[in-house]
Design a protein around this ligand. Structure first.
Ligand code: HEC
Ligand code: HEC
Length: 337
C-alpha cells in the first residue's frame, strides 16, 4: 500500500491545496454532467454549441457562405447588404458575445470582421489556417480540444460558449495580466536548476526525481498518448506519475492523464494536441526543463467589437465534437488458423 506522504512544498503550499480542490470540483462536476449533457443534447438543444446558424459553418471564413435567405457575402459586403442582412460592426458593441451567434445579421458581421482581426493579430502564431504553429507552441483552434475551462454552469464547463474564448483573448495566457488564463500552474521543471521564479516560489530547489525517473515517466507519457513505449519503463513511470512524493503528475494532469482545464494542463492522451512535441526527446525536455506557454491579452489593443468578432469567428471554426476515430488498423489483419 502506498503511503500518502507528500512533498512538503507541494502539500503545504496554499495554492496547491486550492488547486486540488478546484480539480476535484471540476472533475466531479464533469463526470456527473457529461451524462446529463448527452441526454440534454437531443431534448433541448443547447443554443450556441449545438445550433450555429447556417452562415456559420466550419469554413464560413473561407467560402464566404451567405446567411440563410440566400444573400451571399462576396468579398467586401455591398452597401445595400448592410442593415437588413448584415449588421454594422458598431452593432456588436452592445450585444453579449453569446447572443451574437444567435443572430444571422450579427453573426455575419462577426464572421467578416473576425476573420480580418484574426489575420492581422492571431495568424502569426496560430497559423493562417487556424491549425496552430509548432514554432510558436500555439494550439490548433479548429479541433474540439480546449485547454482552458468553460464557464457554463449547467454542464460544469463542458459546454463551451464564445464568451469562454473571449476571456482567453481578452486577458491572454500567463500574460501577466489580472484574470489571465493559466496562472494557477505551469509545467514545472523537474530538474531544479531550470526552475523559473514562479516554480522556485512554489517548490524551491526540492528534487523529487532522478534523470532515470524522468526517462521512465517519458515512456509512460508515450504509452498514455498511444505511442510505442518501453513497457517495463512505462510501468515504473506510471508509479512515479501517480506518486505524490515523486512525479506528482496526476495532481495537475489527473490520474488518467487527460489534463485539467482549470489549470490549462495538457491532455497527455492526445498527442496531436501537444504544443511542445510528442516524441521521446521533447517529452524528456518538457519534464526536465518545464514549460510556460504565454499568449498576450488583447483587451487593451482590440476594440470591443473586434474582440467579440474574433471570438465568435474562432468559436464557429472549432469542432464542437471529437473527430470520428480512425478505423482500427488491426481489424483486417487477423489471419485465419
Ligand atoms: C504571440 C503568439 C500568439 C498570438 C499573437 C496569439 N496567440 Fe493565442 N495562444 C498562443 C499560445 C502560445 C497559446 C497556448 C498557451 C498555453 O496554453 O501554453 C494560445 C492559446 C490560445 C487560445 C486557447 C486555446 C485553448 O485550447 O483553450 C485561444 C482561444 C487563442 N489562443 C486565441 C487567439 C486569438 C483569437 C488571437 C488573436 C486575437 C491569438 N490567440 C493570438 C499564442 C498566441
Ligand atoms: C504543477 C502542475 C503540473 C505538474 C505537477 C505537472 N505538470 Fe505537466 N503540465 C502542466 C501544465 C500547466 C502544462 C501546460 C504548459 C503550457 O501549456 O505551457 C503541462 C504540460 C505538460 C506536457 C507538455 C504537453 C504539450 O503540450 O506538449 C507534458 C508532456 C507534461 N506536462 C507531462 C508531465 C509529467 C510527466 C509530469 C510529472 C513528472 C507533469 N507533467 C507534472 C502542469 C503540471
Amino acid at each position: 500500500m502506498r503511503k500518502l506522504k507528500g512533498i512538503k512544498a507541494m502539500d503545504m503550499h496554499p495554492q496547491r491545496k486550492h488547486m486540488s480542490k478546484l480539480r476535484s470540483f471540476v472533475l466531479a462536476g464533469a463526470a456527473v454532467l457529461t451524462l446529463a449533457a448527452c441526454n440534454q443534447q437531443q431534448a433541448s438543444a443547447p443554443q450556441p454549441a449545438a445550433a450555429p446558424p447556417p452562415a456559420a459553418t466550419a469554413d464560413a471564413g473561407e467560402k464566404k457562405a451567405g446567411p440563410a435567405g440566400g444573400h451571399p457575402l462576396s468579398e467586401g459586403v455591398s452597401e445595400e447588404e448592410y442593415g437588413e442582412f448584415v449588421a454594422r460592426a458598431e452593432e456588436l458593441v452592445n450585444v453579449p458575445v453569446n447572443d451574437i451567434v444567435k443572430s444571422i445579421r450579427l453573426n455575419a458581421q462577426a464572421t467578416l470582421l473576425g476573420k480580418a482581426v484574426y489575420d492581422k493579430n492571431c495568424a502569426a502564431c496560430h497559423g493562417e489556417d487556424l491549425k496552430g504553429k509548432a514554432e510558436a507552441h500555439a494550439p490548433d483552434l479548429t479541433d474540439d480540444d480546449w485547454r482552458f475551462s468553460g464557464d457554463d454552469l449547467d454542464s460544469g464547463g463542458i459546454t463551451k460558449h464564445p464568451s469562454d474564448i473571449e476571456w482567453t483573448v481578452r486577458y491572454g495566457v500567463r500574460s501577466g495580466e489580472a484574470y489571465a488564463r493559466g496562472v494557477e500552474a505551469d509545467m514545472l521543471a523537474f530538474d531544479p536548476q531550470y526552475r523559473n521564479e514562479h516554480d522556485l516560489g512554489d517548490y524551491g530547489k526540492i528534487k523529487t526525481v532522478s534523470a532515470e525517473d524522468i526517462d521512465a515517466m517519458a515512456e509512460y507519457v508515450l504509452q498514455l498518448s498511444g505511442q510505442k513505449a518501453d513497457t517495463a519503463k512505462a510501468v515504473k513511470g506510471k508509479e512515479l506519475f501517480l506518486d505524490n512524493a515523486k512525479g506528482n503528475c496526476f495532481d495537475c494532469h489527473t490520474e488518467e492523464g487527460t489534463g485539467n482545464p482549470a489549470l490549462g494542463s495538457a491532455n497527455l492522451t492526445r498527442k496531436e494536441t501537444f504544443l511542445y512535441g510528442s516524441d521521446k526527446a521533447s517529452i524528456v525536455e518538457t519534464i526536465t526543463k518545464g514549460r510556460r506557454g504565454v499568449m498576450p491579452g488583447f483587451g487593451k489593443t482590440l476594440k470591443p467589437e473586434e474582440l467579440k468578432a474574433v471570438s465568435v469567428y474562432i468559436f464557429q471554426r472549432a469542432l464542437k465534437e471529437p473527430a470520428p476515430p480512425a478505423a482500427p488498423a488491426t481489424v483486417a489483419t487477423r489471419v485465419p488458423r
